[in-house]
Ligand binder design. Structure first.
Ligand SMILES: *Cc1c(COP(=O)(O)O)cnc(C)c1O
Length: 427
């Protein structure tokens, strides 16, 4: 690139990629191969000993995956990234790099439901323990931290219903206690929010959502901010102690500001194996090229739909941080001035049955458990994702019987509101 400091849209199209050196193919090829030939025995030994970077076996690294990683690292402003088979796989590799049995971490109460399950149930079998915090009061997390606490985890724009979190205030408290801040940036995408600029140390994404953007591929990524000192406290032995499986190399010493991403690859991805398929990496790279354009349209449409719903007689409330009178509007203006995202909730008069009828009457909207597609999506949490909870728990989780969640797509906004209108008439 001729400009040393290319803009976000230029990076979204070009970062990490160049014409294929052997075939001159302009688009990044799908390197559909399991393994890569060594130049000679010394080359093989250097690769296995971490003395030289290079491809060995697609479980650990693949050239299509590498383009995806460089592109996301560039968009987030990180030093390196590691792509995985899903967002949940990226979260597993992050915590595996940080935690020892018996350790704990602090996580926001308001999270994607799958993350609440992963942290609260699956991680227990590793004896990694989660402590839930109320992010609307960042100082409340201090009481949750002890000498076994290893990290703090939040979403920049949180589920359910799109609430912006005070990233910088939480980073400051985490750092005061010598802890890294991990931010799930799935709902916002780096087009709207760049958490590393607000004090995050690691960013994680489900690429399945807005990044890929077309609802066609699962994928995840972790981004190393390159700023956290993993050696200082002795709390992160995976990074600061000699690794027996690599001849005693100390990863933080050898790899400096990319040590976290390297550790997650050579200790986590290598041994657990949640590798992204080259085909999925290719589809995600292609999706990311239009991220800025799609996010602009998603945000424009979502704001118009939120304003429209707010005036509708069958709607009791709308939670969208982009509305000037929303309680979350000031944080949105601070962290995400380009827009408030595309996912939000609203309340239907008439409760549970009304919510079910409404969702079943929509035609343009797809009724499914996903967000961040080009298509408009809808779910009624009380009859689906949150149906196992008691009525009190549903309300506490922001999933009461009247709540509908939308992920507003990039179609013509007049078609989106027309579909909502005819379904509201039947609700
Ligand atoms: C979907 C999602 C995840 C999990 O990602 P998968 O790709 O489904 O594994 C994590 N965090 C958020 C905010 C999500 O929306």
């Amino acid at each position: 690139m001729s400009n040393d400091n290319p803009g976000f849209s230029t990076l979204a199209v070009h970062a990490g990629a160049q014409p294929d050196p052997t075939t001159k193919a302009r688009i990044t090829p799908i390197y559909q191969t399991t393994s890569f030939v060594f130049d000679n025995a010394d080359h093989a030994a250097a690769l296995f000993g971490l003395q030289q970077f290079g491809n060995i076996y697609t479980r650990i690294m693949n050239p299509t995956q590498a383009v995806l990683e460089e592109r996301v690292a560039a968009l987030e402003g990180g030093t390196a990234a590691l792509a995985t088979s899903s967002g949940h796989a990226a979260q597993l590799l992050i915590f595996h790099t940080i935690m020892q049995p018996g350790d704990n971490f602090v996580a926001a109460k308001r999270l994607y439901g799958g993350s609440i399950n992963q942290f609260g149930h699956a991680f227990k079998s590793f004896d990694w323990n989660v402590r839930w915090m109320d992010t609307s009061d960042p100082s409340s997390m201090e009481a949750l931290i002890d000498d076994k606490t290893k990290a703090v985890f939040i979403e920049s724009l949180a589920n359910p219903g799109g609430t912006f979190v005070d990233n910088a205030a939480i980073a400051e408290i985490a750092h005061k206690h010598g802890l890294p801040l991990i931010v799930d940036n799935t709902m916002a995408s780096p087009y709207l929010v760049r958490p590393l600029e607000h004090g995050a140390d690691i960013v994680v994404h489900s690429l399945t959502k807005f990044m890929g953007g077309h609802g066609n591929s699962m994928g995840g990524v972790l981004v190393d901010g390159g700023t956290f000192d993993w050696s200082k406290s002795g709390k992160y032995p995976m990074l600061s102690e000699p690794r027996p499986e690599y001849g005693g190399v100390v990863l933080h010493q050898t790899f400096g500001n990319i040590a976290f991403a390297i550790a997650a690859r050579v200790l986590g991805l290598r041994d657990f194996g949640p590798t992204i398929a080259p085909m999925n990496a290719f589809l995600l790279i292609t999706g990311i090229e239009t991220l800025p354009l799609r996010m602009q349209r998603h945000c424009e449409n979502a704001l118009a739909v939120a304003q429209w719903l707010k005036k509708h007689p069958k709607v009791s409330w709308v939670n969208y941080a982009g509305l000037p009178d929303d309680p979350n509007h000031a944080l949105q203006q601070k962290y995400s001035p380009k827009g408030a995202g595309a996912v939000f909730t609203f309340g239907l008069k008439g409760g549970y049955e009304s919510g079910k009828n409404f969702v079943e009457s929509l035609k343009l909207f797809s009724h499914l458990a996903n967000i961040g597609d080009t298509r408009s999506l809808v779910i009624h949490p009380a009859s689906t994702t949150h149906r196992q909870l008691t009525p009190e728990q549903q309300v506490a989780a922001g999933a009461g019987p009247d709540v509908v969640r939308l992920s507003v797509g990039i179609e013509d906004v007049s078609d989106i509101t027309a579909d909502l209108e005819q379904a509201l008439a039947k609700a």
